[in-house]
Design a protein around this ligand. Sequence first.
Ligand code: M6R
Length: 606
Amino acid sequence: MCGIIAVVGKEPVASLIIDGLSRLEYRGYDSAGVVLCENELIRFRESNGTDSLSRLATDVILKDCKATLGIGHTRWATHGKPSIENAHPLFDCNNEFAIVHNGIIENHFELKEELLKRGHEFTSNTDSEVIAHLAEESVEAGKNLGEILSKVVSQLHGTYAIGLVGSKFPNELAVAKNISPLIIGVADDFIAVASDIPALLGKVSEFYLVFDGQCIDIKDQEINVVSANGEITDILRTEVNWDLNAAEKGGYETFMLKEIHEQPSAVADTLRGKKGQLSTLVFDEMRLSAQELRDIEKIFLVACGSSFHAAMVAKYAIEHWTRLQVEIDIASEFRYRDPILDSRTLVVGVSQSGETIDTLQAIKEAKRWKSTVVAISNVVDSSLSREADTVLYTRAGPEVGVAATKTYVSQITALEILALALAELRGTLYPSEVDKLFDELSSVPLLIDETLKSETTYREISREISYSKDFFFLGRHVGYPTALEAALKLKEISYLHAEGYAAGELKHGPIALVDDKVVAIGIATKNRLLDKVKSNLEEVKARGALIAVVASEEFTKYCFKVPVTHELFHPIIDIIPMQFLAYELAQINGNDVDRPRNLAKTVTVE
Ligand code: M6R
């Protein structure tokens, strides 16, 4: 997830671009960059984490450039580590075209290979740079910039919002969109295009929606749709009545709520580009051979908090599909218990931030024993990714709320991909079976969408059971990690007493706590042990607890209904109503859900 902005007008645009970028910074801040176009393209780039943009602003202001055309970018690294070289805008070979891009170009390997053969020279490790070089090749007499970009995007597979400027195209801007967001704002003396409304709020008088497949040329205060994919051949005016504070959160009242709603795209982006490539194990940073992975005899999954719960789900999937033995460890315990590690052991460190000290130390311990290390991280070039032999990135974009939501479901997704890849590599599943499972996993984003439509009902049920101060979450098989994650969410943001249990374990002690003040929530979706979960719920009901369920069939009054998917993919869906439960109860208690007390987003102390 990155933010782009492009402005063309009659007055200098530098400050508009910088200000817009500051409002897009929530989309990533690995680096920031601007190109201002006079007779040549003047580029400014900084890569210094949260300082990137303030440094960039100083550079741009000092230059006092009066250009009336420019593009800007704030980066959340997906391909290529955060660095000046990988910061956008990116140039072609002759510095005649500059591009900014948000999204993922899935066929960039193939395109780059071809471009290299034709003599192009690359200066970054990004997937995006191919766009600038393709623009260089697409120049033809009489073609405007929009037409050039249209030819470029016809060769791209993947997601994109692109801004293109050229030194030989004064006061002209071209933009294109596919899946990644893009909005146009029109003011009296300029037209601007940006990844999100906040970048332009209060500065333009009209907003227009750009549709997927559209490629647009903007010049002399005119907007021309050069090419469209499908029937929508024009842009569409839209009303925006947000205030700025709400707008930065995409119109949602908190970052957490926004991030809950971003889960369909977080999962879809994590899956993107992986289909058909499992047998060759296309990780994001590959420093391992397929043979090395075939030789693995045992797997350890190490993680903390929500990441640990995602890893617990993966244990069920990996063992089931690969028949490899999987152990799972809380990272802070792992290295102190003298685990049996060797060169035939695969250790998977799961961490959205990639900076959690305990997970990092666990990975270091594994390396000390020459084990193979895979990182699952949401942050490109995080300490964990650098330490690992190979990385599989979750593509959830930055998560601001302290409670993990979209990164949690993306981690499960990435781990399911790893499980399927290992099964295909080791021959424990036929390729056709892997394909079928992958297709079913690929339909999960749509099911999350469907689940999110029940938000109002989920929140109503949550209010009805909000009288209780004691919540038990009960699940079996992969419902067990969901029960643990649901309890963690509730504790973390609503400060209520919540416990997650393996439902079958309850009668070995905890059931003594059950009385009529307790609410017990069963994870009762499609699962080989569903009947047993139902019996366990009856046991607590008989002791006075109020029963609620996450289920696909309404067999009790308080039902958080969810759609059906494969048993091993259900945790991705089942946690969503529980996120709303935690959210609603936190709101009722007046808590700051984005910054709950006593917690930090990233834990870098032991
Ligand atoms: O960045 P990590 O995934 O390593 O973080 C691990 C935990 O600190 C994290 O999942 C924490 O439990 C979340 N705040 C839970 O919502």
